[in-house]
Write a new protein. Structure first.
Length: 201
């Protein structure tokens, strides 16, 4: 479990098939078996050294997230799993990506920016104004729903501390809807029938 509060920026140093190596500022504190969210994707540390760690992404993960197309050298958001008793400053993030969206537009908004994303149709039912969404592992608040997507506001700190500040228009991002919304939708579907978004991670 994660909070969506990015701890550090790293890079995809290399890839060999499904094995990814990421540079990581806090790699010396990691142990094999630890969970790290890499741009919103929960991966298991297999080996680590003073500069980074390696992890294997299963074919489903590579297919359902941006990791499958990520080029070596690309920046990634990094977050360690939440410690029991730690502060939950963002929202509950599982690291189970629901789908890939795209940045449609970015424009100034007061002291920060407003970013508009297109989202897959099966994620849209879980998005509500002032609800939670994780974009590349970053916990954000839905500012508004848009046709086919949503908009979020980012502050200067988020722009500099995560990959979102330099994200170009058209770039693909990993999206994870709020797990609480998915549970509520699943319960309503089970008890009252009807259809909801897929929501599988």
């Amino acid at each position: 479990m994660f909070t969506g509060l990015v701890e550090a920026l790293g890079r995809l140093a290399s890839r060999s098939g499904a094995t990814l190596r990421c540079t990581c500022p806090f790699s010396a504190e990691l142990l094999p078996g630890d969970s790290v969210a890499v741009s919103g994707v929960c991966l298991t540390v297999e080996e680590r050294d003073g500069e980074g760690f390696t992890a294997t992404a299963v074919p489903t993960t590579l297919r359902r997230t941006t990791l499958g197309a990520l080029a070596a050298g690309s920046p990634v958001n990094l977050e360690r799993a939440l410690r029991v008793g730690g502060r939950l400053g963002g929202h509950v993030v599982q690291g189970h990506v629901d789908g890939v969206g795209h940045l449609v537009q970015r424009r100034p908004d007061a002291e920060g920016e407003l970013l508009t994303f297109a989202a897959p149709p099966d994620i849209l039912p879980y998005l509500v104004p002032r609800g939670a969404i994780a974009v590349d592992g970053v916990s954000l608040t839905v500012a508004e729903r848009t046709p086919g997507g949503f908009a979020v506001a980012i502050i200067p700190h988020t722009a500099t501390a995560t990959t979102l500040g330099a994200l170009p228009t058209g770039a693909a991002v990993n999206l994870e809807a709020d797990v609480l919304a998915k549970y509520v939708a699943g319960l309503l579907q089970a008890t009252h029938g009807g259809t909801t978004g897929d929501g599988r991670a």
